[in-house]
Design a protein around this ligand. Structure first.
Ligand SMILES: CC(C)(COP(=O)(O)OP(=O)(O)OC[C@H]1O[C@@H](n2cnc3c(N)ncnc32)[C@H](O)[C@@H]1OP(=O)(O)O)[C@@H](O)C(=O)NCCC(=O)NCCS
Length: 214
């Protein structure tokens, strides 16, 4: 289990089904995801997903998928996933549309990155998004990721497409993801440390100012 300020990232439970299906049976969420998330998304799909997530997390070899739960309300609001836990590991995430824009995506991404690097198994985290997925690109950049050219063949997978229509008639079989991002352990340390230094510098300045005022 991973704790953030407002959320708990924990294994999926069967009782997440209702919320999970509401989150993913939404074109505005699913169109940015891989085609393993069908549109429309049914309870049957949800049951399968939750069973695999629970099973995979026992070994954390193929996938490591966590449900995001609001500490205060107990509400399941989204999910986050490492595609395995190896030297170079891909991350994926989704938040229910009703919860967008509250900083949840970034809070969860930052906590997952920290957890991933702390396992000692991951040296670089990668992610792929659609060019038009501004929110996803924003949280990746904020977390320290940098664009890294085209998606390598080994990461290519069929995606739902942001340009598809709601009735699936315009499914783009090449998939919607076209931008690849990378964050190495070294770059992540550099990205997170300046903030710490700034905080220390601010505290020191505040102490000096207080001392002068005495
Ligand atoms: C991507 C996603 C997880 C973001 O979740 P969220 O909780 O809304 O994210 P946050 O509130 O932490 O941050 C969103 C950021 O995107 C920015 N953003 C949102 N829409 C934007 C737009 N159209 N243009 C530019 N920036 C945008 C916000 O300003 C915010 O950045 P800021 O913190 O610097 O202001 C969520 O939109 C989602 O689940 N989308 C559908 C699934 C998906 O796209 N998954 C990722 C596949 S790669």
């Amino acid at each position: 289990m991973i704790k953030t300020k407002r959320f708990i990232l924990r294994d999926y439970r069967e009782k997440d089904l209702e919320d999970h299906v509401v989150i993913l049976d939404n074109f505005e969420v699913a169109r940015w995801l891989s085609s393993s998330i069908p549109i429309p998304y049914t309870k049957r799909d949800g049951r399968k997903f939750i069973a695999s997530a629970i099973n995979d997390n026992v070994h954390k070899i193929t996938n490591f998928t966590l449900a995001i739960e609001n500490k205060a309300t107990g509400k399941h609001v989204g999910g986050v996933k490492f595609f395995g836990l190896q030297k170079e590991t891909e991350i994926g995430y989704w938040i229910g549309e009703e919860f967008w824009g509250q900083g949840i995506g970034y809070e969860v991404l930052a906590a997952m990155i920290k957890y991933g690097f702390k396992t000692g198994k991951i040296e670089e985290i990668v992610a792929q998004t659609a060019e038009d997925n501004e929110a996803s690109k924003a949280i990746l950049r904020k977390a320290g990721f940098k664009e890294a050219g085209e998606i390598p063949k080994e990461y290519a997978r069929p995606s739902n497409s942001p340009s598809m229509s709601k009735d699936n008639s315009e499914i783009n079989s090449r998939g919607g993801c076209s931008v690849f991002f990378r964050l190495s352990l070294i770059k992540w340390k550099k990205h997170t440390q300046p903030a710490k230094k700034k905080t220390i510098a601010k505290k020191t300045l505040a102490k000096k100012t207080m001392a002068k005022g005495k």
